[in-house]
Design a protein around this ligand. Structure first.
Ligand code: C2O
Ligand code: CU
Ligand code: CU
Length: 488
């Protein structure tokens, strides 16, 4: 075995250095510290067609688990779409899954008929998408959006990356190519005979959502990936139906958050852990040459607490959550095996300011809307006391207006709230949690824990028409925790 030492030289520039220069010893090239990580990570290929076909297929996952799956263009996750700001995006969605569906481009600001509103579902044939990409570079994603059956369709495999690039980001020279890893995290339930199944019980539907017992990254259970001792860019999507992750390394090694739902943060933020709720994205830089002992960097979901917000409902949701780790417990995600046999060691010299972010000023808001999130015994999870109705307009907004929305979670379970057609800035959160590093940037999904009030501000500049906002816990969404917003 080779024992090598890498000396990293610190740049003398005034820029923000990711990590201080240190000597890292690197041993045991390519050998895992644990036998949990047996499957190599897969990276989805790019989209090379003007058709996105959704079709069923029976799949073997990691050679041992069977999935009655659905895939876009025979790829799991779906093919990665990469576009530059200013470009046109044109695609035919071909629905061959045998049930209603429609595609939503999560985080993208597009005209209403391009947004995948559930009223636009097709049960077969195709739907044409054609829109201009006119927004910040960022990690967006696409997935189906039919009413009541989004959860099972995403769970069975329909989701992919939609990466937008632009000039502002390019000048930063962030790690790219093999040093940029898009990773979608999704938990799944697997029964004793190795079948991945979707079968939420009543309490799962009504309370926690569907929590899995196996953690899949890009469709592979607990994968490993070999990396060089240098800085990588990880584009993380929480594509799970209901599970929240607290992204961390087992060694508690710090990493740098550079972006979130709507692209780059104003400034990089260093942290050792980061909550990521369903629908949210985190763009992080990890320096594998520093702070990891041995050659293994284990990405885990670290323990976190979910406020109980009182009494019976809270206890019930804890007790009736079903199998799998409870929301908030610690479990492993994947392993990076640091291959010391490589000379590509290099650091990233980030400027103190990553991006220009003109967040709307609080005083510019013309109104504040209260969005109450409740759980009622007979109805389920409601938004302002109501369940989704396909064409009822719940919130009407004048185009161009800046508004503050205040999400108030009166229930006993977390709700990651997602608004279509905008990117917003989180203004404040009641209680002790404060704002996360990701919440210093543009967001389209925000986690509202039980008992919390979270205020967000945004300007509605999208085209006139009907869009939705909803909880991105997909069981909650499917059960009707969704509402229409109309821009007039
Ligand atoms: Cu990612 Cu309306 O959803
Ligand atoms: Cu969306
Ligand atoms: Cu919810």
């Amino acid at each position: 075995m080779d024992r090598k030492t890498f000396l990293k030289t610190a740049g003398a520039g005034a820029g923000y250095m990711l990590t201080p220069s240190v000597i890292t010893s690197c041993v045991n090239d390519g050998i895992s510290s644990s036998d949990l990580y047996q499957n190599p990570l897969q990276l989805p290929g790019g989209l090379d067609s003007d058709i996105l076909q959704a079709a069923p297929s029976n799949l073997m996952i990691a050679g041992k688990y069977s999935l009655d799956g659905l895939r876009f263009n025979e790829s799991l996750p779906g093919p990665t779409i990469r576009k530059r700001r200013g470009e046109h995006f044109q695609i035919q969605f071909q629905n061959d899954i045998g049930q209603e569906s429609i595609i939503h481009w999560h985080g993208m600001i597009v005209p209403p008929e391009m947004d995948g509103h559930p009223k636009d579902v097709i049960s077969d044939g195709s739907y044409s998408y054609d829109f201009q990409i006119n927004q910040r570079a960022g990690t967006y994603w696409y997935h189906p959006h039919p009413h009541r059956i989004t959860g099972p369709q995403v769970y069975r495999g329909l989701a992919g990356f939609f990466i937008v690039t632009d000039e502002e980001e390019e000048v930063l020279n962030l790690p790219s190519g093999e040093y940029e890893l898009p990773l979608v995290i999704q938990d799944r339930k697997i029964d004793d005979s190795g079948n991945i199944y979707y079968d939420p019980s009543m309490p799962e539907r009504m309370m926690t959502g569907y929590l899995g017992d196996h953690m899949l990254i890009n469709g592979v259970p607990n994968p490993y990936h070999e990396v060089h001792p240098r800085t990588y860019r990880l584009r993380l999507i929480n594509g799970s139906n209901a599970r929240i992750y607290n992204i961390a390394f087992r060694s508690r090694t710090p990493f740098t958050v550079i972006g979130t739902d709507g692209g780059l943060l104003p400034q990089p933020v260093q942290t050792t852990e980061l909550l990521l709720a369903p629908g949210e994205r985190a763009d992080i830089l990890v320096d594998f040459s520093d702070g990891f002992s041995g050659n293994s960097a284990e990405l885990v979901s670290k323990e976190f607490s979910v406020p109980s917000n009182g009494g019976m409902m809270g206890n019930m949701s804890q007790m009736m959550g079903g199998a799998g780790p409870e929301q908030g417990s610690e479990f492993p995600l994947m392993e990076f095996r640091i291959n010391c046999d490589s000379s590509s060691s290099s650091t990233v010299d980030l400027p103190p300011q990553l991006s220009e972010s003109n967040f709307p000023a609080e005083e510019s808001a013309v109104r504040t809307r209260r969005i109450e999130l409740d759980m009622e015994m007979m109805t389920g999870h409601t938004i302002n006391g109501r369940l989704f109705e396909m064409l009822r307009v719940d919130e009407q907004i004048n185009q161009g207006d800046t508004e503050i929305w205040e999400f108030i979670n009166n229930s006993a379970v977390p709700h990651p709230m997602h608004i279509h057609a905008v990117q917003f800035k989180v203004l404040s959160r009641s209680g002790s949690r404060g704002l996360l590093p990701t919440e210093t940037g543009w967001k389209d999904t925000v986690l509202v824990m039980p008992g919390e009030r979270v205020r967000v501000i945004m300007t509605f500049s999208a085209e006139e028409g009907l869009y939705v906002f909803h909880c991105h816990n997909l069981e909650h969404e499917d059960a009707g925790m969704m509402a229409n917003l109309e821009i007039v």
